[in-house]
Ligand binder design. Structure first.
Ligand code: NAD
Ligand code: UD1
Length: 352
């Protein structure tokens, strides 16, 4: 039997990692859709100032708990004090290269954190969870576009392995206990900022993905972009990825959650991407044209573990969730530029 009818019942949602990049944008969408939000974040890679941005854009206050998914006592207190209907579990370490150098903290944080959270949720009878997975689980053997029914591949790094392990753990949980509802969301490449320019990625750790590097070059914080590989079997020789606007990705979470609570229990998987591939050169060109800046580039050798093409088949999410992306590459480039300028202005104002 369905648990709730979406829209009729507002839910109180626990958002782990809710102060981070994807989590913060999703909190805004949840608040705007009428839900209540409890954020659990240890602020390892996020700033407390993000909470005020979420509340301003969401139009409502959130409850914030500074805490860790691995801290059982903290989770127990949270579930005792707040009536949580469902959780969206973003909290994780995400630096691919670092995960190769120091794998144990990745397994500990990403896998033990999920096990701990699921155990406490079970104890408190809250058995509805959305999990942040990644297109990385498709590995390097499946043909593009990636479809949810393709076999999960072998990850090329411990970070990717934690995503595969978590997917398996949560699927097993659903088999073991028929009351659980789990949705695994496989993100493609999230980029951009809130269209208002008032919220965006503001990490404590140095990001190594292409979008923040292009932004750093544009802001003069780095000399140039190193294009890692231009001899791939793609039209311009550079890798192709499926860049999805952060606002579309965030909206996908609300759709997935509302669909899940209205559906029978079990484990479901959805790709969240645009279905369109963009090469590194196309991305740079879009950024330059939209924002009127030059991004100096240099070709460099391929990066270990990269695949030539990665983009989603999004027909399942469109059909089942009624979700469709609204924004394109130009919007992603424009909104992130607006956000960076806002952030810069705030920093200057603090300095005077
Ligand atoms: P992020 O680092 O901005 O956000 C993660 C948040 O979790 C941070 O605020 C951090 O402080 C917090 N956190 C980390 N470990 C914690 C713990 N043990 N307890 C409590 N809080 C903790 O990252 P993001 O880009 O928003 O990613 C969110 C999720 O999406 C992650 O699970 C990530 O692996 C996944 N994902 C991200 C991408 C991407 O490109 N950004 C792609 C695919 C999947
Ligand atoms: C990477 C991770 C993936 C993770 C995802 C989101 C690897 C191998 N994969 O995906 O597991 O889920 O981030 O966090 O790290 N590029 C450059 N120059 C750079 C950086 C990147 O040309 O300085 C190119 C890359 O070769 C790639 C594209 O830009 O073709 C996108 O790179 P990136 O943003 O790191 O994302 P993915 O490799 O798709």
């Amino acid at each position: 039997m369905p648990l709730l009818t979406p829209k009729e019942n507002a839910m109180q949602i626990l958002v782990t990692g809710g102060a981070g990049y994807i989590g913060s944008h999703t909190c805004v969408e949840l608040l705007q859709a009428g839900h209540e939000v409890v954020i659990l974040d240890n602020l390892y890679n996020a700033k407390e100032s993000t909470l005020a941005r979420i509340e301003k854009l969401g139009g409502k206050a959130v409850t914030f708990v500074k805490g860790d998914t691995r801290d059982r006592a903290c989770l127990v207190r949270l579930f005792q004090e707040c009536q949580i209907d469902a959780a969206i579990h973003f909290a994780a370490l995400k630096a691919v290269n670092e995960s190769i150098q120091i794998p144990l903290p990745y397994y500990e944080n990403n896998v033990a954190g999920t096990v701990n959270l699921s155990e406490v949720m079970s104890e408190y009878g809250c058995k509805t969870l959305v999990f942040s997975s990644s297109a990385t689980v498709y590995g390097d053997r499946n043909p593009v576009p990636f479809r949810e029914d393709m076999p999960v591949g072998k990850a090329t790094n411990p970070y990717g392995t934690t995503k595969i392990m978590n997917e398996q753990i949560l699927a097993d949980l659903c088999v073991s206990d028929p009351e659980w509802r789990v949705t695994l969301l496989r993100y493609f490449n999230p980029v951009g900022a809130h269209p208002s320019g008032e919220l965006g990625e503001d990490p404590n750790r140095v990001p190594l993905n292409i979008a923040p590097i292009i932004q750093d070059v544009a802001m003069g914080k780095r000399d140039k972009l190193l294009v890692t590989g231009h001899d791939y079997p793609t039209p311009d020789g550079t890798c192709i990825r499926d860049y999805i606007h952060i606002a579309d990705l965030a909206a996908g979470h609300v759709k997935a959650l509302e669909h899940m609570v209205a559906s029978p229990p079990g484990c479901e998987v959805f790709n969240l991407g645009t279905g369109k591939g963009t090469s590194v050169l196309e991305l740079v060109e879009a950024f330059e044209c939209v924002n009127g800046v030059k991004i100096p580039m240099e070709y460099a050798p391929r990066r270990a573990g990269d695949i030539a093409e990665c983009y989603a088949d999004v027909s399942k999410a469109e059909r089942v969730l009624g979700w469709k992306t609204q924004y394109g590459i130009d919007d992603m480039c424009r909104d992130v530029w607006k956000w960076l300028h806002n952030l810069n202005r705030e920093q200057r104002e603090r300095e005077v």
